[in-house]
Write a protein that binds this ligand. Structure first.
Ligand code: URP
Ligand code: ZN
Ligand code: ZN
Ligand code: ZN
Length: 490
């Protein structure tokens, strides 16, 4: 656990005042423009002016930030986290406090977590418990998706309440985790139809759960028990088949679809093909920092803990071309968004699967390092430019989940969530310096160009000089409305 948590103040969000800030010499990067030599004025947590210094001199007694030589970017939006998720008989160690602290230290100023009700549990009860934990601990704004882990008239009714009264506009269905969360095709069909009627977007975890169950049984019987068995039981084609099937069900039910954590080239190609066939505002694909920053060769590391620390689903792919191809596909708009799927477990928790890979809790870190890894592997590597970086790290997610331009944009009236990004500086990722609660970092030793030097959250300087200045509970819930006009045109 990091030092800063000891001095954290717990206050109610209403007590938190934001200061006025004046940013000068700003080179503002939005998804569609770069505006040099600008000033940005922030009052009450909102951007109130963008223009030239000649038109707006710094008022007396406001904090002035000189962004000379750096970029000013919209704060990152991580649309895929699992803070303190109960999974595989244990609980992810990054809670909403540590998880959002890690996010902010890495330049991410909003996250979208998943409410995951247990099979048979009321969606509304699960939603309340997520809200209670997040509201008291989050240090940046957050929104929520909800998973549909079972199907019944009650679930149908509660989905409608979540959409109409609780600020939810997206539901994740699992095609894997047989016996735990998985739905069959007819249930997927019905949930998709219901999402469409509610004006919500369907999401899928696309892997063929039946094939995985069979493969796992066979591998264990043949004596394969280590972490490599995880990837062998769920190969690329197992992901690609489910991705195609989900896209077909979306087309059949006329329900817009967002495929979460696309981990392989074959699955990404299915998303790209479905977008060509059925529409660019109908099918969307998200990949992960993990898939862009590392590979499945780690499952063959001679150190069991090292290999187990990389176990996640779908798994990382052994093909060393995968990270650059996925990055190129983001650049070409074949994929739209990047998340972290941050779901962290310590060594002792991963050891639940010491003798059986199928019992290793699934999940890795990423919420802190996503922005730097994508800058390094994307912009620094010359595959995407700074505007595309903004699109895939914040704007596209904000648009898809209908919180744009409040989030994901540097514009007058938007929330003042900004990063002063030093693209010339480097930092080395390490478990020794990260802000997570976990004891492993899958990007250990990676030298990244692109350092978030100052991170502004709702108008407050929340990270500066390597130090966090945050308050548990200051993050607000951001409701997301249904019938997003971009994906449900009239
Ligand atoms: O391995 C993963 N991805 N853990 C979190 C649960 C999920 O499927 O997203
Ligand atoms: Zn998943
Ligand atoms: Zn090791
Ligand atoms: Zn996930």
């Amino acid at each position: 656990m990091s030092q800063f948590s000891l001095s954290c103040r717990i206050e109610k969000s209403e007590d938190i005042m934001s200061e006025s800030l004046y940013i000068k010499n700003a080179c503002i990067v939005n998804f569609d423009s770069i505006q040099e030599n600008s000033v940005i004025f922030i009052e009450n947590g909102i951007i109130s002016f963008i223009g030239s210094e000649a038109d707006f001199k710094a008022p007396e007694n406001v904090k002035i930030i000189d962004a000379e030589g750096k970029y000013v970017l919209p704060g990152g939006i991580d649309p895929h986290t699992h803070f303190e998720l109960e999974f595989g008989n244990t609980v992810a160690v990054d809670d909403f406090f540590h998880g959002t602290c890690a996010a902010v230290a890495g330049g991410t100023t909003s996250i979208i977590d998943f409410v995951i009700p247990k099979k048979g549990e009321s969606l509304l009860n699960a939603y309340d418990s997520w809200r209670t934990r997040a509201d008291s601990k989050a240090v940046c704004d957050y929104a929520l998706h909800c998973a549909i882990t079972w199907w019944s008239p009650q679930v149908r009714d509660e989905m409608a309440i979540l959409c109409k009264e609780k600020g939810i506009n997206s539901f994740k269905m699992f095609m894997a985790y047989k016996g735990l969360f998985m739905l069959d095709d007819s249930e997927l069909y019905e949930t998709f139809e219901h999402c469409r009627d509610l004006g919500a977007i369907a999401q899928v975890h696309a892997e063929n759960g039946d094939i995985i169950a069979k493969n796992t049984e066979k591998l264990l019987q043949s004596g394969v028990r280590g972490p490599e068995g995880h990837q062998l039981s769920r190969t690329e084609d197992v992901e690609a088949e489910a991705t195609n099937r989900a896209c077909v069900i979306a087309h059949q039910t006329n329900c817009p679809l967002y495929v979460v954590h696309v981990m392989s080239i074959s699955a990404a190609e299915e998303v790209a093909r479905a977008r060509q066939r059925w529409g660019k505002n109908f099918i969307f694909g998200e990949t992960l920092a993990a898939a862009l920053g590392t590979t499945g060769n780690e499952y063959y590391d001679k150190c069991w803990h090292h290999a187990a620390a990389h176990v996640m689903s779908p798994p990382l792919r052994p093909n060393k071309e995968t990270p650059a191809v996925l990055m190129k596909m983001l650049g070409d708009d074949d994929l739209q968004a990047t998340g972290s799927d941050n779901c962290t477990f310590n060594k002792n928790q991963k050891e639940l699967g010491k003798d059986d890979f199928s019992k290793i809790p699934n999940g890795v870190n990423g919420v802190e390092d996503r922005m730097s890894v994508i800058w390094e592997k994307g912009v620094h590597a010359g595959i995407i430019d700074a505007k595309k970086f903004v699109a895939v790290t914040s704007t596209n997610a904000a648009k898809i989940f209908n919180i744009y331009p409040q989030k994901g944009s540097i514009t007058v009236g938007a929330d003042a969530d900004l990063v002063i990004w030093n693209h010339k500086a480097t930092r080395t990722i390490s478990v020794k310096t990260h802000h997570h609660a976990c004891d492993f970092n899958i990007f250990e030793g990676m030298v990244c160009h692109g350092v978030p030097e100052i991170v502004i959250v709702n108008g407050n300087v929340a990270f500066e000089d390597g130090k966090l200045n945050v308050t548990a509970g200051s993050g607000r819930f951001v409701p997301s409305n249904v019938f997003n006009p971009m994906i449900f045109p009239k």
